[in-house]
Ligand binder design. Structure first.
Ligand code: SF4
Length: 215
């Protein structure tokens, strides 16, 4: 079993005071919700790791599984099913029996941030847990970063300089150490409603990451 950062934060991780305050407030308002750092989900021997931003209020923070229960998850899991990276049926519940194949999903920040906007120090605080998660998946060959925050956190933990790895949708970067990083706009409702990200764009970048991971 992994230990320390690789094991993930405890349910009561105290490191980010602002996020702890929000967590405690939501535990009072919604005692039946998950309301804790959300663990990764998927295949521990995956060759593709997807890194999101942070749990959503009504998604992972409520259900306890990344991207489960909100719009971003509808698009993400449907795309994974279409591309053979998941098996079963996505029913927006952590007990829906969905299984990821050769793929694991995690977040750059494990706790719900107000307005979906973690502060730079919160992203930095949580990076050791992302590093620990990636170290615990030595089979990884491709990382798909959903949005700039995930991209920058992955580049920093890999020891890269940000100027050498500019974020752009569908960009590909060779990270120090040989893992390839693929960038996508986040699959949020806002990005799809504004057509910044279409389903076709998202499927294409996911397919490129999948094919590289399996090559
Ligand atoms: S965001 Fe990460 S480091 Fe901060 S409190 Fe949550 S689990 Fe701990």
């Amino acid at each position: 079993m992994p230990t320390g950062a690789a094991a993930g934060p405890s349910r009561d991780c105290p490191i980010c005071p602002r996020l702890v305050e929000l967590r405690l407030s939501l535990r009072g308002k919604h005692p039946d919700w998950f309301n804790a750092p959300v663990p990764s989900f998927g295949d521990p021997n995956a060759r593709l790791v997807i890194v999101g931003l942070a749990p959503g209020l009504n998604g992972a923070n409520r259900t306890g599984r990344p991207f489960t229960g909100d719009y971003a998850g509808d698009l993400l899991y449907q795309t994974l099913l279409t591309l053979g990276l998941a098996e079963g049926r996505y029913d927006a519940r952590p007990d829906d029996g969905l299984v990821l194949k050769d793929c694991l999903i995690t977040n750059a920040v494990r706790c719900l941030p107000p307005a979906n906007k973690p502060l730079p120090e919160e992203i930095a605080n949580c990076r050791p847990f992302l590093t620990g998660q990636l170290d615990a998946v030595p089979s990884v060959r491709a990382i798909l970063a959903l949005g700039r925050v995930a991209h920058e956190s992955v580049v920093r933990l890999a020891g890269g300089k940000m100027k050498d790895y500019p974020f752009a949708h569908a960009a590909e970067h060779e990270l120090p150490g040989g893992v390839r990083l693929f960038d996508s706009y986040h699959c949020s409702r806002y990005n799809t409603n504004t057509r910044r990200l279409t389903e076709a764009m998202f499927t294409a970048v996911m397919m490129a990451a999948r094919d590289h991971a399996a090559s």
